[in-house]
Design a binder for this molecule. Structure first.
Ligand SMILES: Nc1nc2c(ncn2[C@@H]2O[C@H](COP(=O)(O)OP(=O)(O)O)[C@@H](O)[C@H]2O)c(=O)[nH]1
Ligand SMILES: [Mg+2]
Length: 470
């Protein structure tokens, strides 16, 4: 079935200097030719579109007007960029109409095109066509969303390398090594007499560990490294009940996001908000107060707090500066000391100017920042120290390709299958059939990453996350 021609407004809704309509498919040139009048228009005369798709040459831009000759109506002054197949984003004929960036103008030009039988594009459909027409693989297609959604420069770097094919190349190298080993094993299965000796199971197992499992594990590790860059820097505010965690969150965020009361144990779930920090993606997480003997409802909140702490990049351990450091606080500090921690001595206004004396295990183990959330003192310093720490974490992208969560899940499945194959080989040679099933399994899982073995629902799921017009 011949592909339909699709169109969409590619620029965000709202007013802007320029708005772009993108059209892709076999009828793109013809349909635009029917509404494009080159050069200036004379309003007293009927607009005359070029009508002939041959008017347009490859990779040229044209100045003119979009008009509906049937209605004798001129819509806008535009520039039209023409990118015929196959050297285009989708590998189909693509035309971009650059008009003025107003919703009404863009929507009326779009409806003019729809009137001519063009269909509105689904979210991600242009990129899906680029994938289906073989211009990019699935990993590269996903990089397009990552580029658009990147929240810091390092995230842009990762997405850019992914779009350039670095991760795909790493995956394909691993797949071709699996194919190589499969060929050796399957020769034994298919032609047992023709192949001289038995496959040396130990050698094969070592090859798998070194050439395949090693690189797979390295990619999984790179996912962990890149996670903060993709998702932003997460700062959890934790500590005993009533020390001022929610007040600090509100002060840092500059809003009354969290409820503050004098009753201990008010915050029972966790709350997230962005720390306004000039483009550095930082998320603040306010949590339930930690205590050793909580009631059952508090316990759920504390469990959630612990989980948030584990996933965090940094913890603010808040203390009440006007009270001695409790046993609970010391126990808690022990739990988090392998993380990046700031001790926040809050309620300094009640402490008569003296910071709390820290027990030996806590003293010197983390920077101490003195604050009063009530009187808004120490907050700017706290904020700038958080931003500084986040910046140093986010400054550099890892040198190697960084998989995303979907890729990581598939890498782990491939890893399991490879380990199974090795276990079979190690148990006295194992049956070559079984080993080859596991290796095929690993090969297919890796293929799902690049899309060569991905199912239609996986594709639907991925492309539905795009914006319209991409
Ligand atoms: N005096 C004083 N009171 C504070 C300060 N920060 C918070 N509070 C009060 O302490 C109580 C508990 O605050 P909240 O932010 O809900 O603490 P959380 O339970 O740790 O989230 C509230 O009555 C706040 O107004 C502070 O720096 N100084
Ligand atoms: Mg609270």
């Amino acid at each position: 079935m011949a592909p339909t021609t699709i169109a969409a407004i590619a620029t965000p809704a709202g007013s802007g200097g320029v708005g772009i309509i993108k059209i892709s498919g076999p009828e793109a040139l013809q349909r635009v030719a029917e509404i494009f009048c080159p050069g200036p228009v004379d309003k007293r005369k009927k607009p005359v579109p070029v009508n002939d798709p041959c008017f347009f040459s490859s990779w040229k831009i044209y100045y003119g007007h979009i008009a509906d000759p049937d209605q004798c109506r001129v819509y806008d002054e535009v520039i039209v960029a023409v990118m015929p197949a196959p050297k285009s984003y989708t590998r189909e004929d693509v035309v971009e109409i650059q008009a003025h960036g107003g919703d009404v103008i863009l929507e009326s030009i779009l409806s003019l095109l729809l009137h001519k039988g063009i269909r509105v594009a689904q979210p991600g459909e242009f990129t899906r066509r680029a994938f289906e027409n073989g211009r990019i693989d699935l990993v590269q297609a996903e990089a397009v969303i990552d580029l658009i959604n990147a929240r810091c420069e390092a995230a842009v770097d990762i997405a850019f390398d992914q779009a350039a094919g670095d991760l795909s190349a790493a995956i394909e190298t691993i797949r071709s090594r699996i194919t190589g080993i499969l060929a050796t094993i399957e020769a034994v299965v298919d032609f047992p007499d023709a192949v001289e000796s038995d496959v040396d199971a130990t050698v094969l197992s070592t090859d798998i560990a070194h050439d395949i499992l090693g690189p797979v594990a390295a990619l999984v590790a790179a996912y962990e490294e890149g996670k903060t860059l993709r998702e932003g820097f997460r700062v959890v505010i934790a500590g005993a009940p009533n020390v001022g965690k929610s007040s600090i969150m509100n002060r840092l965020a500059g809003s009354d996001r969290a409820i503050v009361t004098e009753h201990p144990g008010t915050t029972r779930d966790y709350l997230e908000t962005r720390l306004p920090s000039g483009g550095i993606p930082i998320t603040l997480v306010d949590t339930a107060g930690l205590r050793i003997d909580p009631d059952p409802v508090e316990e759920i909140g504390i469990e959630k707090a612990r989980r948030r702490i584990q996933e965090s990049d940094m913890v603010l351990h808040v203390l009440d500066a006007s009270a001695p450091v409790s046993h609970d606080d010391q126990t808690f500090f022990e739990e988090i000391r392998n993380k990046t921690v700031f001790i926040v001595a809050n309620k300094m206004d009640l402490a008569h100017g003296a910071a709390p004396v820290l027990p030996e295990k806590m003293g010197g183990a983390a920077p101490v920042i003195e604050t009063s959330a009530k009187y808004n003192t120490g907050m700017e310093l706290l904020k700038s120290r958080i931003v500084e720490t986040a910046k140093s974490h986010l400054s550099s992208a890892p040198e190697r390709p960084v998989p995303n969560f979907r890729h990581k899940a598939l890498l782990l499945e491939a890893q399991d299958a490879l380990e199974q194959a090795m276990a079979n080989l190690d148990q006295g040679g194992g049956s070559p059939e079984l080993v080859s099933i596991d290796l095929r399994q690993a090969h297919d899982r890796l293929g799902e990453i690049t899309g060569s073995t991905a199912t239609p629902d996986v594709l639907d799921d991925i492309f539905s996350r795009y914006c319209i017009g991409k």
